[in-house]
Write a protein that binds this ligand. Sequence first.
Ligand SMILES: Cc1cc2nc3c(=O)[nH]c(=O)nc-3n(C[C@H](O)[C@H](O)[C@H](O)COP(=O)(O)OP(=O)(O)OC[C@H]3O[C@@H](n4cnc5c(N)ncnc54)[C@H](O)[C@@H]3O)c2cc1C
Length: 446
Amino acid sequence: MDLLRQRYDVIIVGTGVAGLNCALNLPRDKRVLVICKSKITDCDSYLAQGGICRLRDDGDYDSYYEDTMRAGHYENNPAAVESMIKGSQEVIGDLVNLGVEFAREEDGSFAYTKEGGHSVPRICYHEDSTGKEITTTLLAAVKRLENVVFAEKVTMLDIIEDDNCCYGIVALDNASGEVYDVLADYTVLATGGLGGAFGNTTNFGILKGDALAICINRGVAVDRINYIQVHPTSLYCKKRGRRFLISESVRGEGAYLLDKNFNRFTDELKPRDVVKDAVFAQMKKDGTKFVWLDMRHIPAEEIVAHFPAIVQRCREEGYDVFTECIPVVPAIHYFMGGIRSDLKGRTTMTRLYAVGETCCNGVHGKNRLASNSLLESLLFAKRAAEDIACGYSRADAEGEARAVGKLDAAKYSQPKKLLAKYKNQVRKAVRAAAEGKDINVNYKEN
Ligand SMILES: Cc1cc2nc3c(=O)[nH]c(=O)nc-3n(C[C@H](O)[C@H](O)[C@H](O)COP(=O)(O)OP(=O)(O)OC[C@H]3O[C@@H](n4cnc5c(N)ncnc54)[C@H](O)[C@@H]3O)c2cc1C
């Protein structure tokens, strides 16, 4: 693939909202390569349903801050939370300027919806396909840029580094099987979550935490990697494959969770981890594989207008949400931990950035507040782009040559095996972190 034979100023790994917003905010005189493992649209950003948080006005600040901290069990990084909340109007403003259409009230102001853990409605949305609306618009904007090129179906197998400085990536062209050393002054990891490493997940199966394994192996610090959010309500299905999410905003708009006797058993609008525990406890008590979600009392026109994709998918699975309850079950959903980054996306390795779900700047603490993820991904990806622009320098040619010289081609000769190894490493490392081990110190490659 010719695109992989060239040198770039910046390589971005990932085409979700984080990767795209980073590309969009880099200077136009920088040559940028954006790669993704599968199709451009195969990323969780397209799946986001519920919406994206926005600080409603100055009076909402304390409440939004407290909701985020309470959901995160006060393990959040306060500076990151402050930065995210204060940057939320900027992010939504950027999106609106690009053409993203959010639901509006009759007077033209934003219509806000609510999800678990929020004291007030402060979530902007586009039906139940907010992620698709945002990501499609961002992608169109980035595709218009002459300085950015995309390479689909290209998998990062490793980073190229020497002396704790990153000089690019080792990339596999999935189609031809050829492996390339692609050099760049800066590398940005925007590789999303890791649900695919575990199964029973709402995530795309390709998202297995490759970058996390690579970073651990290369001595880049990672944090809180056992903090994985399980969403309380995915549509119960006997088939294998990705779990279809039933957005929390359905409960935000009034849906009930019911036990096997069709009685309510919990407060549906508590933070996700609390509701998830209640669902599991009820399933155990009832001896069932799911609980029921009841939308029947919500006005039909409201359901049709706000949740068309959910209605459609349930219909495909044989459920009519207007007349019957639907079976729901918890599923692995979101990665709060990740590659350690600061508020500008900088990792512990020089010239290596991490943004979006793959990074951990502590903003979510132990449990993410609903609809803070798209916001966080967009904001800190923009900050990373600004930081790269601000301190831009050419990578040292000698270091680059040393880093390339260190690469062992044999390591990449069986890419499938290598990726399977990464997946196992991720699973092991998550277990080890849950046991309290410091992954940055104790982790051994094998
Ligand atoms: C069903 C669902 C609903 C959600 N709803 C909401 C919501 O309503 N609000 C909200 O705020 N958040 C929501 N989230 C979470 C949110 O969508 C994600 O956290 C966010 O989109 C992550 O964006 P990202 O850019 O970091 O990663 P993604 O959008 O997941 O993109 C990851 C990219 O990395 C690439 N990649 C990964 N590994 C490699 C590799 N080795 N080589 C090359 N490329 C690689 C992939 O190909 C992909 O392009 C939802 C998530 C899911 C799954």
